[in-house]
Ligand binder design. Structure first.
Ligand code: G4P
Length: 295
């Protein structure tokens, strides 16, 4: 854990992003907050709530194809309890994407009915998509554009920057202006972000990270770990992560000259297999641990 604290966490950009988001907020009707379904708490920028202030919002738990479905349900129910509109989807298969526009309309129901009363029926709904790097913003916007392909109409008087995307007939998405970093200062959060690959590996020690991940998996998700690497839970009890890594490398025949285990190769394999859910659909942030979640 200590070692991870030494990682350079891209300091200083938040003020710029905050200003950019605030200045564009007045152009949109709502904000879609993309979170990683495997770490809904850790993938949320801690300042976001104060930045978006009282703008209507909808939480999108993305990458739910890689999260534990039961845990995703718990998160959705927690958000429901808090009166926060939330949906789960995955941009890999497109599952759940159809629920997005109805969910936004639901959040904006009062506003839409007042537009209709004023004769502004069919007014374009504009939504800002926000989320930390790698959470799937581009994938989400691409998917939405494909599934709702429509002829792009000329709208006189509207200047479009590169970040605006037209979705269907009367729906526009605006990509996050600037880069919204997660809560890097918290070591536990930083570690989870590193496990899922939100932090570039060239700034972390891969073998150390993989070792920490193996300890976490041994303590919290022992069955899928043991099944995948043909380990016996009693054999890895009490071991250091690095020792588990060596054991896995040996079992997989990953050797370097002199008969030593190629732990670096093993480390990349373990991280890859965790990141693409080969090790199982694992949610690291449990809803029960965040009863006071606010977004
Ligand atoms: P960003 O704009 O927020 O930075 O994220 P982006 O869409 O670039 O997505 C980051 C990575 O996450 C991409 O993988 C993307 O394919 C993957 N991804 C996005 N949404 C989902 C999802 O719902 N499920 C799964 N399994 N993956 C998702 P990549 O490896 O960086 O690129 P590539 O393999 O797509 O080329």
């Amino acid at each position: 854990m200590e070692e991870l604290k030494s990682i350079q966490w891209f300091p200083g950009h938040m003020t710029k992003t905050k200003r950019k988001i605030e200045s564009q907020l007045k152009l949109v009707d709502a904000v879609a907050i993309l979170l990683d379904a495997r770490i809904p708490f850790s993938s949320c920028n801690p300042d976001l709530r104060s930045i978006i202030n009282n703008k209507p919002r909808i939480v999108v738990l993305n990458k739910c194809d890689m999260a534990d479905p039961a845990e995703t349900k718990r998160w959705l129910s927690l958000f429901r309890q808090k009166n926060i509109k939330a949906i789960a989807l995955d941009c890999k298969t497109g599952k759940g994407l159809n629920a997005f526009i109805p969910a936004v309309k639901d959040v904006l129901a009062d506003r839409i009915s007042s537009w209709n009363k004023k004769g502004m029926t069919g007014r374009t709904i504009k939504v800002m998509v926000v989320g930390i790097p790698n959470v799937g913003k581009s994938s989400f916007i691409n998917r939405m554009s494909k599934q709702n392909r429509a002829k792009v109409e000329d709208r006189p008087g509207v200047t479009r920057g590169n970040q605006w995307y037209t979705i269907g007939k009367s729906f526009d998405l605006l990509d996050t202006p600037g880069v919204l970093w997660p809560k890097f200062e918290d070591a536990v959060v930083g570690e989870k972000l590193a496990y899922i690959g939100s932090v570039k590996d060239d700034i972390t020690d891969t073998e150390h990270l993989s070792g920490r991940l193996l300890e976490y998996l041994r303590d919290n998700h022992s069955s899928p770990l043991c099944a995948r690497y043909k380990l016996k839970s009693e054999d890895i009890e009490g071991l250091q992560g690095y020792e588990i890594l060596e054991m896995i490398g040996r079992k997989r025949g990953m050797l370097i000259s002199g008969g030593e285990t190629d732990t670096e190769r093993a480390a990349y394999m373990v991280l890859d297999e965790f990141r693409n859910a080969t090790l199982g659909k694992i949610t690291m942030d449990k809803a029960v641990d965040y009863p006071d979640v606010r977004i």
